[in-house]
Design a protein around this ligand. Structure first.
Ligand code: NAD
Ligand code: UFG
Length: 345
């Protein structure tokens, strides 16, 4: 049987590239579309070095429906879509809301618009635990209340979930699985692909590894006066390869018509909350490298604590986050060292 074809939008990005690897390893034919606004073409080489297979790559913008029409014509028989393509910087979204609403929503609308005519059976959508805001109770389940978004980025995720729900309710002949990621971290164990943020990192792990490398002087720990055991914020850090594997299961589920409902929503996290200070300690003991850090004031808009109840994904998808945090942090460090070897950073 010919391999089934899957379209991965944003597939040269951080999570998309790791997912492309897992899809290829599982025997799928992968077509990537990416406009390279937050990634580079070299990622395709990394995917090929890991898998021995070069995925098809279209450099293009998903907000342009004609580009997508041409892609479906050039690569017929696409059975599933995983939509990673989006702008994702929370702070930037507050300053440039139109860019965020247009990029994230037009991309999704165009894909949904073209699925039926092209016989696509399902779409996986990258959502976020940001939809839960500051939860009243942890861990959060899929039934926990959705809180008013605190940024245009977060709002695009909430609106996207609603758009998908409405389109499916209107009788669209395809299914959707919405995956709410907690905090994806780490890199592929080969160190051939990983997270490569543009400019000064806004997120904890890239800032931490760049500090450990001496690129940044000190990591700022944003607050130690929260209502948590050590006073620093708590998150659920999920290994990116573990996360990628859930997408392969989700795709299979839709292609096999095994979904229990036309639209399903799953939390993807480990179920364990880890504070910023604990994470620094775990990194230092896993790698033997010190991270100079200083406690500074709180970052505006930060959530105090959030972690997942992943039992629905564990039970229904048969998926579980398996990689210990120490190994995940070591993989992030190996990736940072590889960037240095390659003269990138
Ligand atoms: P990323 O920026 O590394 O990857 C997104 C990719 O999409 C990039 O390669 C970018 O060039 C591309 N892209 C953006 N707009 C596009 C467009 N209009 N057309 C074509 N390509 C476009 O981000 P990521 O961390 O891999 O995130 C993937 C998805 O997961 C995003 O939807 C993000 O919002 C979501 N998500 C990420 C996190 C996280 O912490 N990384 C958490 C929750 C949800
Ligand atoms: N932090 C620091 N110092 C830093 C960077 C972060 O102490 O230099 C702390 C933050 O205060 C937070 C934790 O590290 O407590 C994690 O922060 P990140 O910026 O790495 O991640 P967030 O949980 O704030 O946000 C991430 C994504 C968002 C997404 C959200 C929920 O960046 O896009 O998860 O999915 F919306």
């Amino acid at each position: 049987m010919a391999a089934e074809r899957i379209l991965v939008t944003g597939g040269t990005g951080y999570i998309g590239s790791h997912t492309a690897v897992e899809l290829i390893n599982a025997g799928y034919q992968v077509v990537i579309i990416d406009n390279l606004s937050n990634s580079s073409r070299d990622v395709i080489d990394g995917i090929e070095r890991i898998t021995g297979v070069r995925p098809d790559f279209v450099e293009g913008d998903c907000t342009d429906i004609d580009t997508l029409r041409r892609l479906f014509a050039e690569y017929p028989g696409i059975k599933g879509i995983i939509n990673f393509a989006a702008s994702k910087a929370v702070g930037e979204s507050v300053k440039k809301p139109i860019l965020y609403y247009r990029n994230n929503l037009d991309t999704l609308l165009n894909l949904l618009d073209l699925m039926a005519d092209n016989g696509v059976k399902g779409i996986v959508f990258s959502s976020s635990c940001t939809v839960y805001g500051e939860p009243d109770v942890n861990p959060v389940t899929e039934q926990s209340p959705i809180k008013k978004a605190t940024s245009p980025y977060g709002n695009t995720k909430q609106i996207s979930e609603e758009i998908i729900t409405d389109v499916i309710a209107a009788g669209a002949p395809f299914k959707s699985i919405i995956l709410r990621y907690f905090n994806p971290v780490g890199a592929h164990p080969s160190a051939e692909i990983g997270e490569l943020p543009n400019g000064v990192p806004q997120n904890l792990i890239p800032y931490l590894t760049q500090t450990a490398m001496g690129i940044r002087e000190k990591l700022s720990v944003f607050g130690d006066d929260y209502n948590t055991p050590d006073g620093s914020c708590i998150r659920d850090y999920i290994n990116v390869v573990d996360l990628a594997k859930a997408h392969v299961i989700a795709v299979r589920r839709m292609l096999d018509d095994a979904s229990e409902a036309p639209i399903e929503i799953f939390n993807l996290g480990t179920g364990k909350g880890v504070s910023v200070l604990e994470l620094i300690n775990t990194f230092e003991s896993a790698t033997g490298v010190k991270v100079p850090h200083v406690i500074t004031g709180r970052r505006e808009g930060d959530i105090e604590k959030v972690w997942a109840d992943p039992s629905y994904a564990n039970n229904v998808l048969g998926w579980k986050a398996e990689t210990p945090l120490a190994d995940t942090l070591a993989s992030a460090w190996n990736w940072q060292k590889r960037l240095r070897e390659r003269g990138i950073m």
